[in-house]
Design a binder for this molecule. Structure first.
Ligand SMILES: Nc1ncnc2c1ncn2[C@@H]1O[C@H](COP(=O)(O)OP(=O)(O)OP(=O)(O)O)[C@@H](O)[C@H]1O
Ligand SMILES: [Mg+2]
Length: 523
């Protein structure tokens, strides 16, 4: 279990810079994971104490207690290389060796340290809060998550943490307006575990205690962080939204509509997730004294730049490149595009299409979302010109030039792409070429121009593509922020962090219900 979504009281309102956010949240993640474990552990100890007392046994933590309390006839869990954990009954105890007949029919002899007690009275539907488990160890937690997952209960609390298991299919009934109504004002823990409950608790705490709040959503890639974040945002928009009296879109509509725009430019297909966010996002929703949304700000960080020019099979580059290649004919002509298979930055992988995704429709939908968040037609044209220029830039190849260690565009095809890139960037062709095949070193007295060999020129080309793309992304975020508008007078906000980077589990055994995603709320 490595994924945590934490809500914390955010005393500091503004001025969180990127490195501060990263440091803060990595620190908080460790802190809350420690506190969470401690809290759960104490809850467990308390419960065990009661149970052990009743049974006349001494108090011990369940992991420590396991070996000594295991006797012939005990129900236990034992590790299995294929199935992760198997349950069974102890048939023989010889010193440190325990023989178990598993329910799958296997007989296993294991060391006592690898055998964990199983609750024979575990309810068949599991429990909605892990602290209610008789034993809080890995097999117990996984068994509970699996039982609940099998009956479409994808959310489970662990004390004040919410764990979300990715259902990998739409469950619309869980996110309807009716559901939001149910969670409005309900005490935390009264209804089934749900991100709406987390968002509602954050909102109420903010209103009642007049303290800003933050929700941290964390989990490995594909866990469902972005989907959970969207549910949280929808609920906050529902609670704090006010219908706009004019034609103008409301702040909350703009915040919600910014998702498809950011996803088009910041998400890509990876081996783990067809719509993987390749950037971190912190959305700050500001509220007025009445608890209505008065402004918002989106901060993004750590966009994965290398993907722009390096894609490994079977992943893809950023979605926007493919949707632009599928744009209506007049746009294709305008940007001199064509089949994605003809562009170096896209053809390094054999994956071009996504199941169930029509890139043409995605292009139109992205443009519509851009309209909503206030990006004008002219600006949209400029954005896609830059995207197309990057694709053309990637097709410029270099060969040795006339001078030693110099380079020049390889052939007419490369010259065509260089010229097109310059046209689309609206920059001088010679200046663009020089920036790729030459390096200018400025010393105190003079500036020295050095020619670059073909390999280094190709590296310059890629460096330019990456920096331009990342600047474009930052520009988009700034543009969205200006359009949404911040409420500088607001003193209360709820921040939601959709973090990424916690992608490696040393052990992630249960592939069927893997990728848990936790939410934690400190009291
Ligand atoms: N609650 C949910 N209901 C339905 N489908 C979901 C849910 N959560 C996740 N999914 C599915 O799983 C996919 C991956 O989820 P999501 O993009 O939220 O993962 P992530 O944790 O943000 O991953 P990454 O770190 O790669 O961005 C979604 O595109 C969606 O198909
Ligand atoms: Mg994501």
């Amino acid at each position: 279990m490595s994924d945590v979504v934490i809500r914390l009281r955010c005393a500091k309102r503004r001025g969180l810079n990127t490195s501060y956010i990263i440091w803060l949240f990595s620190f908080l993640q460790r802190l809350f994971s420690y506190l969470g474990n401690k809290e759960i552990h104490s809850a467990r100890l308390e419960r065990n104490e009661r149970e052990e007392r009743a049974r006349g046994k001494s108090l011990e933590c369940e992991r420590c207690a396991a070996p000594s309390s295991i006797i012939v006839g005990s129900h236990v869990w034992v590790e299995d290389p294929d199935e992760a954990w198997l349950d069974g009954e102890v048939t023989e105890v010889k010193g440190d060796d325990i023989k178990i007949n598993t329910t799958s029919g296997k007989t296993i002899v294991a060391k006592s340290a690898n055998v964990y007690p199983k609750d024979p009275e575990f309810p068949s539907c599991g429990v909605d809060d892990m602290t209610k488990l008789a034993y809080l160890h890995e097999p117990g937690v996984l068994q509970n998550l699996r039982c609940r997952y099998d009956i479409n209960e994808i959310y489970t609390y662990t004390g004040n943490i919410l764990i979300a298991v990715n259902p990998f299919r739409r469950l619309p009934h869980l996110y309807s307006n009716h559901m939001m109504e149910q969670y409005k004002g309900a005490a935390f823990g009264e209804l089934s575990p749900h991100p709406f409950a987390v968002a509602d608790a954050a909102y109420r705490n903010m209103i009642n205690e007049k303290i800003s709040q933050a929700i941290l959503v964390s989990g490995e890639s594909g866990a469902g962080k972005t989907e959970s974040t969207k549910s949280l945002m929808r609920y906050l928009a529902y609670m704090g939204g006010k219908a706009s009296k004019t034609e103008e879109r409301s702040v909350e509509q703009k915040v919600l509509e910014s998702n498809p725009v950011l996803e088009a430019f910041g998400n890509a297909k990876t081996v783990r997730n067809n719509n993987s966010s390749r950037f971190g996002k912190f959305v700050e929703i500001q509220f007025d004294k009445k608890g209505q949304i008065s402004g918002a700000a989106i901060r993004t960080y750590l966009l994965e730049r290398s993907r722009v020019c390096q894609v490994s099979d079977p992943e893809r580059n950023y979605h926007c490149f493919y949707m632009l290649c599928a744009a209506p004919a007049e746009d294709i002509e305008k940007y001199k595009l064509g089949n994605p298979r003809t562009f170096h930055y896209l053809k390094q992988s054999n994956c071009y299409d996504l199941d169930g995704v029509d890139e043409y429709k995605e292009y139109l939908a992205t443009k519509r979302a851009m309209d909503v968040v206030g990006i004008s037609q002219e600006e949209q044209d400029a954005i896609f010109r830059v995207v197309a220029a990057i694709l053309h830039l990637g097709n410029v190849e270099f060969v040795k030039g006339k001078e030693i260690d110099s380079s020049q565009p390889k052939d007419d095809k490369s010259r065509f792409h260089l010229k097109t890139a310059a046209e689309l960037f609206k920059c001088n062709l010679k200046a663009l070429e020089d920036s790729l095949v030459k390096r200018v070193m400025v010393t105190r007295d003079e500036s020295i121009t050095k020619s670059l060999d073909p390999d280094t020129a190709a590296l310059s080309r890629d460096a330019l593509a990456k920096i331009v793309y990342s600047k474009l992304f930052d520009w988009l975020v700034d543009k969205i922020n200006v359009s949404i508008g911040q409420d500088t007078a607001s003193e209360l906000l709820i921040g939601v962090l959709d973090i990424y980077g916690f992608e490696s589990f040393k052990t992630n055994r249960n592939s069927n219900i893997s990728r848990p995603n936790l939410l934690k709320i400190p009291y």
